[in-house]
Design a binder for this molecule. Structure first.
Ligand code: FES
Length: 127
């Protein structure tokens, strides 16, 4: 994670960043993805899927606090959901769950949701 000025974040965002439940990688996931954003931040998603249900989600990022909390919020939104329900989430929904996210970090929610969608595509498009 790059060094940054954490004073730009409201305390509830820093609390989420310090208490992530989904940060990490999975061995032998049913689906995985990697996306590097134009800012250079990288994100990975790992999914365990059973009967079209996302049973477990992990993500990993080397990005800033905003990227971290967007990954965590995205993972939280879709764990326990069907693939169709997961495909219906949006970056706006992630941002709305993170009031006070600095405007110039809005794209972090796009990176998180894009990486999730790519993992789902990895699963759905498997031959
Ligand atoms: Fe670029 Fe967060 S700063 S994804």
């Amino acid at each position: 994670m790059t060094a940054e000025d954490n004073s730009i974040y409201p305390s509830h965002i820093l609390t989420i960043a310090k208490n992530t439940q989904h940060l990490g990688r999975l061995n032998g996931p049913d689906a995985s993805s990697y996306v590097k954003g134009p800012c250079g931040d990288e994100m990975e998603f790992y999914l365990i899927i059973n009967n079209n249900m996302i049973e477990e989600v992990k993500f990993y990022t080397n990005g800033c606090v905003a990227t971290l909390v967007c990954g965590e919020t995205t993972a939280d939104l879709v764990e326990g959901k069907t693939l169709d329900e997961a495909l219906a989430i949006s970056p706006k929904q992630v941002k709305d769950k993170l009031p006070g996210l600095p405007l110039d970090h809005s794209h972090c929610s796009i990176l998180a949701v894009t990486t999730l969608f790519r993992a789902i595509a990895d699963y759905l498009l498997k031959p």
